[in-house]
Write a protein that binds this ligand. Structure first.
Ligand SMILES: Cc1cc2nc3c(=O)[nH]c(=O)nc-3n(C[C@H](O)[C@H](O)[C@H](O)COP(=O)(O)O)c2cc1C
Length: 319
């Protein structure tokens, strides 16, 4: 049922908030329709998906051909209109070239894709690297130094784990660190729900998305939720800001304790949400921010995708 406002009783500030929210939400999509942005999004999503395919333990022979065909079409379209110098297209080309090379190694014919690729030439220094790197255990685990930049740059999303047990005490150490995350008015609206046993993770995995291509690899899952009831009327969606900050610090806290992790996107109100909430006893007022798969770093090492980052110049926009 729609929320009906009693205008006579409503305070001026309530009214202002209500009208503001209505304005933002009405025709919301129109606020972010941007053709260039849409192609950049499509290219980056397709490129990431192809790169991720290279980074999983055993890439399927000939995987991703439909995606690569779409990607190359988008690259061509974007190049013709906007040129070949921005991060999204350089990154997409870097990934596509690695993919074409991999298909060559797998003896898979993708001439339709390679031919279009050849028609796009790069008109600046391509700073994007793509593909994956192989890491031995010593490189995966957190550095012994207390240097924050070392910790930050040695963290990667992990999609292959050791089966070693993680005790409740180890998890408590991680959460005590992650709880150092800032939150609005120090409200700390976060809760972490987790699978205690590896066998529970297997059952849970049947319900949720995100580990496509590496199912069965994740020994433990946790869910980050934020209680929306902790936020006032004028703090609409602030739960995701608070939850996102926590999530970032959590992944670093896990890494600092030699635990690898991968954040798995939680799609708002996805089909399994009610079932998952029942399973863990999560309140209706809690928003699920993300799912995290975690486990000890594998002693036999693993691949991690390059996941090229933008240059500071691409990110910084001064006035
Ligand atoms: C909000 C969010 C959702 C993500 N969802 C997924 C996911 O569903 N599956 C997955 O394999 N990785 C997922 N990731 C991991 C990203 O792919 C990864 O962080 C990115 O490629 C950068 O690589 P890195 O973490 O190794 O530096 C997600 C990351 C974030 C922050």
């Amino acid at each position: 049922m729609m929320n009906v406002i009693n205008w006579a009783k409503a305070k001026k500030s309530d009214l202002h908030t209500y009208l503001q929210k209505r304005k933002i939400l009405s025709n919301e999509k129109a606020n972010y329709v941007d053709f260039k942005g849409f192609i950049e999004r499509d290219m980056l999503l397709l490129a990431h998906s192809l790169e991720k395919g290279m980074g999983i333990p055993n890439p399927r022979i000939g995987y991703g051909r439909k995606k690569a065909a779409l990607l190359v079409k988008n690259i061509k379209k974007y190049a013709d209109i906007y040129g070949v110098s921005s991060f999204p297209i350089l990154e997409s080309i870097a990934v596509l070239d690695k993919y074409i090379a991999l298909m060559g190694e797998q003896h898979v014919n993708i001439d339709n894709i390679s031919e279009i690729r050849k028609t796009v030439s790069i008109d600046c220094d391509n700073y994007c690297k793509a593909g994956y790197n192989d890491y031995v255990y010593e490189d995966l685990k957190a550095p012994n130094s207390t240097n924050f930049s070392d910790l930050l740059s040695s963290r990667h999303s992990i999609r292959h784990f050791s089966r070693e047990e993680i005790t409740e005490d180890e998890l408590k150490t991680v959460i005590a660190l992650a709880n150092r995350a800032p939150s609005a008015c120090n409200r700390q609206p976060i809760k972490i729900y987790y699978t205690k046993e590896q066998v529970t993770a297997r059952e849970f995995e049947q319900l949720v998305d995100g580990s496509h291509g590496f199912q069965g690899e994740i020994p433990y899952y946790l869910l980050v939720t934020v209680d929306r009831a902790y936020f006032g009327n004028d703090e609409f969606l602030q739960w995701y800001t608070n939850g996102g900050i926590y999530l970032g610090i959590l992944t670093l806290s896990l890494h600092s304790q030699d635990i690898g992790s991968v954040i798995l996107q939680w799609k708002y109100a996805q089909q399994c949400e009610i079932q998952v909430k029942e399973m863990f006893g999560i309140k209706k007022s809690e928003a699920i921010v993300a799912l995290v798969g975690y486990g000890k770093y594998p002693k036999d090492g693993t691949k991690c995708i390059v996941a090229q980052r933008k240059s500071p110049e691409d990110t910084l926009k001064g006035i």
